[in-house]
Design a protein around this ligand. Structure first.
Ligand SMILES: [Zn+2]
Length: 139
């Protein structure tokens, strides 16, 4: 296995905050304002911790970072630089794990809402409405 090569961009990304990011907090506020109550960072399945859950409706919400989870709008199509293959592999791994978690959660009776960071930045109200409409849908 080759080593990660330290780059300025890489050190910035490694220092990212994975919880309580600004988009997560903005979404939580908007969801709360709609009168929905939730719990943060509950491990609902082994190694699967949604950003928040609405236990009453068995809804699990994930805020997915555009870069790390491969947003179609914002994740790079091509990776550049000395770690290109590793970035690509890492994001592919994340996406595969996301899909697996979706399937496992559905099998356990949870409804999963995934919201891209960019959706929240663009229109947090619409993102919160998506959570609310999931609580209102019949199954
Ligand atoms: Zn995006």
């Amino acid at each position: 296995m080759s080593q990660w090569i330290s780059t300025q961009k890489g050190s910035h990304l490694r220092a990212r905050r994975t919880r309580d990011t600004a988009p997560e907090i903005a979404l939580r506020r908007a969801v709360h304002a709609l009168g929905l109550r939730f719990r943060l960072h509950v491990s609902v399945l082994p190694r699967c911790t949604p950003d928040f859950v609405l236990p009453r409706w068995r809804v699990a919400v994930f805020v997915d970072g555009c870069y790390w989870h491969g947003c179609p709008m914002h994740s790079p199509r091509e990776f550049k630089g000395p770690n290109a293959d590793r970035w690509k592999q890492k994001i592919d791994t994340n996406r595969t794990r996301d899909r697996r978690h979706d399937a496992e959660l559905a099998a356990a009776g949870w409804r999963v809402v995934r919201i891209w960071e960019c959706e929240i930045k663009q229109n947090v109200g619409a993102a919160a409405d998506r959570v609310k409409s999931t609580t209102e849908s019949p199954d």
